[in-house]
Design a protein around this ligand. Structure first.
Ligand code: MRU
Length: 361
C-alpha cells in the first residue's frame, strides 16, 4: 500500500516547542525518532542528514524556526523578529546547495515582518510562524501530488520498462510522496507496476538505504545497483527513462543534484534514454543564471574513507567529497513540475513556469 504522507507520519511533527524527526541516518535498519528543541541541535540534524532532501530540509528549517522561536522570552515584536532573523540566518547556513532551505526561511520571515510592523503581539507572531511552517509543509505535499499526476505521462509507451533513479527524492525527501518518486507512486496507484532501479548513491547510500526502503514499503518493485553499474544496465536492458530530483535549478535549467547525477545523465544521453528531473517551483533559483553559480557543498572525507564504521582507504589519503554535481540543461529531456513537464528551450520554459506559478522572484 502506498503511504504518501511518509514524512508526516514517519518523518517529522511539530510538537509544542520542539521538532520531531525520523533519523534518516539510522535507516533502513532502525526506525528512530529524535526530538529537538534548540537551534544548535536542529542545525546539527540538518548538517548530519538526520533530515535531508531539498524540500524536506525546507520544511524542517521552517518547523525548526517555529519550534525554536516558541521559547523566545522577547516581550516586544521587534525583539522577537530580530531573534527570528538571527536564528533563520544560522539555519540557512547549515547546508549551502538546496535552495529550498533559504526559500522556506525567507517565506517565514516575509510573513513575520509585516505582521510585526502592523503591531502583532509576540504570541501572535509565534502562532504565525507555526502556521507558516504548516503552510509550507502542506503546499509541498500538494506540489508532490501534482508532480506525480503530471509525471505519469512519462510512462506512456514505456510501461513495463525499468526506471533508474539516483539518491532519494521520495517521501523521505519531501513532505511526502516525493519529486522524482512521485510519478513512480502515481504509476503504482494507476496499476502500471513500475520497476525501479535505485543507484546505491555513494558515499552515503541514500538510494540503497532510503529509496529502496520507502519503495519496498510501498510495494514497488525495486532493485538496488552500485552507481558504477548503470552503464552496463543501460546496455543490457531497455530502460524507459531516468528520473532524479534536484537541489537547485538555475535559470537556464542547469541542475544541481546528488553527486553522480551528472554522470548518469551522460550515460543516459549515450544510450538514448530520456533523462528527467522532477522539482517544484521552490527548487528553482532565478537569481542564478547557470550552474556555475550554484554553491556545491563539500563534506568530510571520512564519509568516503570510513563509511558506516569501516575504514576503506589508507589513513591520511587525500579525499574529494562534493555532495552534489551540476547536470547541464542540454542533457535534460524535461523537468517535471507541479504544472506539467518543462521542455527545451529550458531557460524560456522555466521563466514562463515561474511567472505562471506566481513565483517570478
Ligand atoms: O545530501 P542529500 O541527501 O540531502 O541530497 C538529496 C538530493 O540530492 C535529492 O536528490 C534532492 O534533494 C531532491 S529531494 C526531492
Amino acid at each position: 500500500m502506498i503511504d504518501p504522507v511518509l514524512w508526516k507520519r514517519h518523518g517529522a511533527d511539530l510538537l509544542p516547542g520542539s521538532l520531531r524527526l525520523l533519523d534518516q541516518t539510522r535507516l533502513p535498519c532502525e526506525l528512530v525518532y529524535v526530538e529537538l528543541d534548540d537551534l544548535e541541535s536542529i542545525i546539527d540534524a540538518i548538517r548530519r542528514l538526520v533530515v535531508r532532501g531539498a524540500p524536506a530540509i525546507g520544511c524542517a528549517a521552517a518547523y525548526g524556526l517555529a519550534a525554536v522561536c516558541q521559547h523566545s522570552t522577547a516581550s516586544a515584536a521587534g525583539a522577537f523578529l530580530a531573534e527570528a532573523e538571527a536564528a533563520s540566518g544560522r539555519l540557512a547556513a547549515s547546508r549551502p546547495t538546496a535552495v529550498n532551505l533559504r526559500w522556506a526561511l525567507e517565506r517565514c520571515l516575509s510573513a513575520l515582518r509585516p505582521a510585526a510592523s502592523a503591531g502583532a503581539t509576540v504570541a501572535g507572531l509565534k502562532r504565525l510562524l507555526i502556521e507558516t511552517a504548516q503552510g509550507i509543509f502542506e503546499e509541498d505535499l500538494a506540489l508532490s501530488r501534482a508532480m506525480g499526476r503530471h509525471g505519469l505521462s512519462l510512462f506512456e509507451g514505456r510501461a513495463g520498462l525499468g526506471v533508474i533513479t539516483h539518491c532519494n527524492a521520495g517521501g523521505l525527501a519531501t513532505s511526502g510522496y516525493g519529486t522524482a518518486l512521485a510519478p513512480i507512486y502515481a504509476a503504482q496507484e494507476a496499476g502500471l507496476a513500475p520497476r525501479v532501479y535505485a543507484d546505491e548513491t555513494r558515499p552515503l547510500l541514500q538510494g540503497a538505504r532510503l529509496t529502496a526502503w520507502e519503495l519496498q514499503r510501498a510495494g514497488v518493485e525495486v532493485t538496488v545497483l552500485c552507481d558504477n553499474m548503470a552503464a552496463a544496465l543501460m546496455r543490457q536492458e531497455r530502460i524507459g527513462f531516468v528520473i532524479v530530483g534536484a537541489d537547485r535549478i538555475a535559470a537556464n535549467g542547469d541542475t544541481a543534484n546528488k553527486i553522480g547525477t551528472y554522470g548518469l545523465a551522460i550515460l543516459a544521453r549515450h544510450h538514448g534514454v530520456p533523462f528527467y528531473v522532477a522539482a517544484p517551483y521552490s527548487t528553482i533559483d532565478l537569481a542564478i543564471a547557470d550552474g556555475g553559480g550554484i554553491p556545491i557543498e563539500e563534506r568530510s572525507g571520512e564519509e568516503v574513507t570510513h563509511g558506516f564504521g569501516r575504514q576503506t582507504a589508507p589513513a591520511g589519503v587525500g579525499v574529494w567529497n562534493p555532495a552534489f554535481d551540476v547536470t547541464p540543461s542540454e542533457l535534460i529531456t524535461g523537468i517535471v513540475t507541479e504544472r506539467g513537464t518543462l521542455r527545451a528551450p529550458l531557460g524560456r520554459s522555466i521563466r514562463e513556469f515561474m511567472v505562471s506559478a506566481g513565483a517570478g522572484r
